[in-house]
Design a binder for this molecule. Sequence first.
Ligand code: PLP
Length: 347
Amino acid sequence: MKGILTTYGAYLPLTSHTPTLTLGEGDTPLVAAPVLSRETCADVFLKLEGCNPTGSFKDRGMVVAVAKAVEEGARAVICASTGNTAASAAAYAARAGLTCAVVIPSGKIALGKLSQAIIHHARVLPIEGNFDQALKLVCELAEQGSITLVNSVNPYRIEGQKTGAFEIVDELGDAPDILALPVGNAGNITAYWRGFGEYQRAGKATRRPKMFGFQAAGAAPIVRGAPVESPQTVATAIRIGNPASWRGAVAARDESGGLIDAVTDDEILAAYHFLAEREGVFCEPASAAGVAGILKLARAARLPHGARIVCILTGNGLKDPDNAIAQAEMPRALPATMEALTGILDL
Ligand SMILES: *Cc1c(COP(=O)(O)O)cnc(C)c1O
């Protein structure tokens, strides 16, 4: 794997002084989803962003942000995070030899993500507050100088993340009819829309997709049209009440003729289990929001028949093992005998 700086360098704000940092990000699988296609009467593909080096799409933006930080002489990077930004920043900072600090909402980040930040030796700073408060604090800190902010308000993040759109067009030969994805801080929907636009202008695609973004019902400021003071959802990666790229998301929706809608935690978890049980794909809860959204639209007969849809599965299910086993009953240990196994299996 060459990484996105090498593969898509012509579309990125690189100079001859930008280091070609990579951990092998990008080039993620785009797999057909036959059961989901049948269920929605559409032609659905899943983009497995959990296959990125740290297990989420955040690596696409982080590799550009950290490479530019190195180019600009930074010694340290900082971010606020619901988990995946921290994991990605910690890994790329380690790779680039930078110090990394991450500010996280105490007790609200999935175990896998926390373990990544710790093992890559980031300074982990939990606060008694939510993501929105953490972001406000790190923005103020970064304004004081000496440390580079690598949240998606850093424009290099969005630049890197748009490469997901390039890969979809490169693989399918053109843009799909619909792109469905979860919306949290709204950087990714903004980035994909930019990517499809740039590829169309470059003559690589004849059209752009409708952008379908989905927020969790308990954290749906864009759907409601106002910030949410204390957002709540099982999908911690999109537990955000005042998205930084709010305007980018609204532009993507309106310019594409798409929509931004809310899905409940029950709908998110149903899609999460559906993907794991029926398609063999284990993503984290937030990642299932896009699939929950198209299942909901299909049931309401609001999805065009036969539409080609790409769902962005933003992060790997192993990020949040607690959620996978939370509702499950742990099977009891059996005697180590054939009788015990065959008695139970009943095949
Ligand atoms: C960051 C993240 C999101 C939300 O992306 P935004 O760019 O903040 O809208 C969704 N899913 C996962 C797994 C994430 O890590």
